[in-house]
Design a protein around this ligand. Structure first.
Ligand SMILES: C[S@@+](CC[C@H](N)C(=O)[O-])C[C@H]1O[C@@H](n2cnc3c(N)ncnc32)[C@H](O)[C@@H]1O
Length: 317
């Protein structure tokens, strides 16, 4: 029975609900049964020199992940999906959008791209020699043409729910869907969601309630939307680069079964801790759909610094 407390297992067992496995992704994937996981969702190391990765050439990096992606494909259920979340690899100031490089690796396996989702956020590094990066990409592939897609579970409020058909047989009847509209392939920050209908998900930074010591963890709500749309209750979700367990939490929160693989012992421990605190109801989670804080304009940081005002005033003289 799902929704109950479940033990955390360390290796896959189809009768269990939560698996947190400390291992190398490729080695562990090879041990898993074929056609089993309804959703594989992951953000691989980006090869940009984070504390948990060793930088390699772009070619070596892609070769390494090619084998992992082939194993991911093997373990994906016939009606299942892979969601691959990536940003940019940057070398000597040159930007290489990773989704462009990864697309052929999935396509060669026969996977079909259903959406290239833009995940936009407002915060990040301020670039000085190019425009600051403010989005990453989620490539959603399916293994076949028959696949789970629960649109009604992830609809967002319509901007104009009162819109009516103005011609034809249905004149005068509401033209939208009472459950809301399709959230589109542009997922932004939640503050305006109720006004604009956009999915808005902040990335996890230091003032976020979910922040751990991991340098780039998923916001749980980002994965929750994928889990709700692409799986059904009791289905298995797998994250082969599981970090601190965000995908497993998103899965069990929505009554699915979750497994992750993570090489670093410290992140495994953090994941177990987070899953346990989630199960006992004490994990701080940003609720799905909660509006992002919007400055009122009265906060000190929202005001133009006095020094600049002086300069501006001087230039007006
Ligand atoms: C981009 S992070 C994923 C973070 C994760 N989405 C979360 O929410 O915490 C990539 C993770 O892959 C792990 N990793 C790197 N190489 C690995 C390997 N060969 N096998 C398993 N995990 C690996 C890193 O330690 C890191 O935690």
């Amino acid at each position: 029975m799902l929704n109950d407390f479940h033990p955390i297992c360390h290796e896959f067992n189809e009768n269990e609900h939560i698996v947190i496995c400390q291992d190398d992704a490729l080695m562990q994937l090879k041990k898993l049964p074929a056609n089993t996981f309804k959703l594989l969702v992951s953000s691989p190391p980006y090869n940009i020199g984070k504390s948990y990765e060793q930088r390699m050439s772009l070619n070596d990096y892609l070769e390494w992940l090619k084998e992992i992606i082939a194993e991911m494909f093997r373990v994906t259920a016939q009606n299942g999906s892979i969601v691959w979340q990536v940003g940019n690899y940057v070398d000597a100031g040159e930007v290489f959008p990773l989704d462009i490089y990864f697309y052929p690796l999935f396509k060669e396996l026969g996977m079909r791209l259903r959406n290239r989702i833009i995940w936009h956020f407002d915060h990040g590094l301020h670039a000085s020699k190019r425009f600051s990066g403010r989005y990453e990409v989620l490539l959603w592939f399916t293994k076949g043409d028959m696949y789970t897609f629960n649109l009604d579970s992830v609809r967002v409020p319509s901007k104009y729910p009162g819109k009516l058909h103005y011609k034809g047989e249905k004149t005068g009847q509401p033209s939208g869907n009472p459950l809301g509209k399709n959230p589109s392939d542009y997922w932004q920050i939640i503050s305006q969601e109720w006004e604009t209908g956009r999915i808005e998900i902040p990335n996890v930074k230091s003032n976020h309630p979910e922040k751990t010591e991991h340098p780039c963890q998923f916001p749980i709500e980002l994965i929750e939307r994928c889990v709700l749309a692409l799986t059904n209750e009791e289905d298995w979700v797998l994250d082969p680069f599981g970090g601190v367990g965000s995908s497993v939490i998103a899965a069990i929160k929505q009554n699915r079964r979750g497994m992750m693989i993570e090489r670093e012992p410290a992140y495994n421990d953090a994941a177990k801790e987070r899953v346990s605190t989630f199960q006992n109801g004490t994990l701080k989670i940003r609720p799905l759909g909660k509006p992002v804080h919007q400055p009122s304009g009265r906060e000190k940081v929202a005001q133009i610094p006095g020094q600049w005002l002086d300069q501006k005033q001087r230039s007006l003289l």
